[in-house]
Write a protein that binds this ligand. Structure first.
Ligand SMILES: [Zn+2]
Length: 335
């Protein structure tokens, strides 16, 4: 019997839905909590090609919500996309899995989308600003995408194509704080519910039923599930879908020093920094990442030249440290 028999028997999906899924090329942006669960479902269901994009390695604090990853992956400091591919291929070897171990930013998102030409993008990112970037990139290239976010006990999903309101129509201003930050915490079932709704929207679309055009919200602790019809919220003057102005994409400046959650900053150097001799103390390392202490700072250096530095007291201190390290690099000294 066909491995997909049970889902093909569901009338709304059927053989056509299965065939369309088999022919699909879906990019999942983020291989964290939502990304692992979305990718697992789509792999089990028999997607044709999945492209997983993520910049991080697996940490112990990920395991409570990022399904598929294991303590062994943490020990080996594996990039998420590599571990994800390994597990997904064990689940379904018929699915082609492409991995991109990179960050998504204004300087590369269009290039990545143009190169891989996904039929659909599924948002599985963990901070808010990136979603406005995805919104602009997908609108510009006319790619349908599914917005999904989960924080605390709540989750929301909204699937977007060119016919309805875009994300910008719904949320005209960027939230000043909050949803991006790790400190808010999240309950794993909120993620499972959110990921499930994202995949439901994706397979509705692939089955020819189209997106639901609803904003779906769940509260896994308050035991609420609501949908809201938001077609009427299309803003005809919207900067993105009304006027085709892409202010997030146009921030196409490479940001060498960027603030993250809490006191963590990302410093970006040329990727050859990874192979230079380091005078700080290397705590542990593999071919993807080095954990370093340097002048009292805890640093994580990735092979693409990104360095996350913990314990910085502000932009000025981060920029000073960047100049210090960059200066030593440019005169070919070690640090
Ligand atoms: Zn819009």
């Amino acid at each position: 019997m066909d491995r997909y028999d049970r889902q093909v028997k569901f009338e709304g999906f059927g053989k056509d839905g299965q065939q369309n899924l088999r022919n699909s090329n879906i990019m999942v942006m983020g291989a964290g909590a939502l990304g692992t669960q979305v990718s697992e479902l789509l792999t089990r269901m028999g997607a044709g090609k999945l492209i997983a994009v993520d910049k991080d390695i697996i940490e112990m604090t990920n395991l409570h919500r990022q399904t598929l990853y294991t303590e062994e992956d943490v020990k080996l400091m594996k990039p998420k996309v590599d571990a994800l591919k390994e597990k997904l291929q064990q689940i379904n070897s018929e699915v082609e899995i492409i991995t991109l171990n990179t960050e998504l930013a204004p300087h590369n998102i269009l290039k990545i989308l143009k190169e891989h030409k996904p039929d659909m993008v599924i948002d599985s990112m963990d901070h808010f600003e990136i979603r406005f970037l995805i919104n602009e990139a997908c609108h510009k290239l006319n790619i349908p995408w599914v917005y999904g976010a989960a924080v605390g006990s709540k989750g929301s999903v909204y699937a977007i194509d060119s016919s309805g309101p875009c994300l910008k129509c719904l949320m005209d201003t960027m939230p000043a704080t909050g949803e991006s930050c790790e400190i808010n915490g999240v309950l794993p079932p909120a993620i499972t519910q959110t990921a499930g709704i994202e995949v439901s929207e994706a397979i509705r679309f692939l089955s020819g039923k189209g997106f639901s055009k609803k904003l779906n919200t769940i509260d896994t602790f308050g035991m609420n599930y609501k949908t809201m019809n938001i077609d009427a919220l299309k803003d005809h003057d919207c900067l993105v879908c009304g006027q085709h102005k892409y202010e997030h994409l146009e921030k196409d400046t490479f940001r060498p020093v960027q603030s993250n959650c809490g006191r963590v900053y990302t410093l970006r150097f040329d990727d050859d920094i990874f192979h230079k001799e380091i005078s700080g103390e290397i705590i542990k390392q593999n071919k993807f990442v080095k954990f370093i202490t340097y002048n009292g700072y805890d640093m994580t250096l990735f092979k693409d030249g990104r360095m996350n530095v913990h314990g910085l007291d502000g932009q000025d201190e981060a920029e000073r440290l960047y100049r210090e390290i960059d200066g030593k690099l440019s005169v070919k000294l070690t640090f």
